[in-house]
Write a protein that binds this ligand. Sequence first.
Ligand code: NA7
Length: 494
Amino acid sequence: MTGRSPSVGIVGAGMSGLCQAILLRKAGITDITVYEKSHDVGGTWRDNTYPGLACDVPSRFYQFTFATNPDWSKVFSPGAEIFDYFRRTADEYRMRELIRFGVQITDARFDGRRWRLTTDTGQSLAHDFLISATGVLREPRMPAIDGLAEFDGPVMHSARWDHSVDMSGKRVAVIGTGSTGVQLVCGLADSVSRLELYQRSAQWVLPVPNPSYRRWTAPLHHKFPALDALAYNGYDRVFRFAAGALVRPGLRRALVARICRRALQRVRDPQLRRRLTPDYQPGCRRMVFSGGFYEAIQRPNVELVDIGIDHVEARGIVTSDGVRHELDAIVLATGFDAHAFMRPMVLAGPGGLTVDQLWTEGPKAHLGVALPGFPNFFMLMGPHSPVGNYSLTAIAEAQAAHIVGWIQRWRDAEFDTVAPTRRATEEFNASMHEAMPDTVWATGCTSWYLGADGLPELWPWTPDTYTRLMSAAPNPDHYELGHYVSEVATKESV
Ligand code: NA7
């Protein structure tokens, strides 16, 4: 130990930012500040509060291994319970004392020694390391629909649910058929008088049931905490196995397709079944897990509208066949800008190179966590992280531990600055592009997985490959290690 004490700034107190701060503290790093633009921790679980919300990864696998929760109510627990879990975890690990709520970082520049941050109120701050933990699905995508602003009733994006609006007995439109749209249909169908689901593309639905745990399950998990680990590891194996179907053609993929096609048989009306049948392979878009969707869509008060929206008027939606749909409320389940990453925050390396300039051909990072030309900067859930086929908490833990490893080496004075080389980053991204055609995500569909070049921005191999890379010693040839006294020693210009 040299006694160097790194100062670390983390942007975002969502799931991954919390994970990073906790692991840093566990490693003995204490000078940590987490900047959170909102009023609470929890990120996506704080922002999303719509009826029917759940995570599509089982709760016993969507939790930190160091803070397991014996009390999950369901296999896929409701969003509010997940939010509560992250809040409790933040309290348990005394994270709130590290977090500056209501502070948005607008600009971050590396001056050769430190990251200089500017907040939305013009305050200046500095850290040795900067970690972006700004989340994957953070920026709601608002659809460009003519006349939407003319609608007389409430219009809300699913991620900005307006709880002052009472939907019961109302005529409600849900636009979008991703996981959110499907969950909303199940969450609203009971209480509204009429629900119209506006479908632009049909969606494969894996009919996964969501049972509540028995009364004795939680006490049992309290008494035998090893059961938490057992359940986590069991799901981990299932996900790793299933991921094989997504990244390679073969039997597993065919089996998933068969299950999905069979599930569609639950739709009794052949016309409706045909309209709900996607024209792409199951798994190409993120699979929707729902045990109740096909039942909900067949309820008498629920209608599938698969004619395009022409425009919106004061009293409702007009579809392109000229039909007027009178409505009381419109819900936009139209997804998120999955390619925003840390933006709109402006990030610039030592020569003034910004992330926008680095990413003119699309987001590229080394191992999903670091950028060439951006020393002492790391990202959680950066480009090509395996967000399409695994639990995000598991990825966050693997990435956060990897980043802690680098910061510990700085603490031990092995280097002052570290960044991946441009060559290593290019080669890594080229090998991913080569592997991409084998994945189901590249078999011909549109989705939030695809980048501007039309290729998936996902991890084209199994999660095992990723977690192995994260835990292995970094290849020294892939990084530029520099010292403050001189210019950053570069192996090649960036
Ligand atoms: P998704 O999966 O991106 O789904 C968005 C849906 O909204 C999708 O069906 C879109 O149709 C539809 N959409 C978007 N714009 C429009 C317009 N202008 N008109 C009609 N329909 C539109 O977002 P989710 O929030 O459901 O899920 C995101 C992730 O959260 C999910 O994958 C899980 O990981 C959790 P399209 O398919 O583009 O034709």
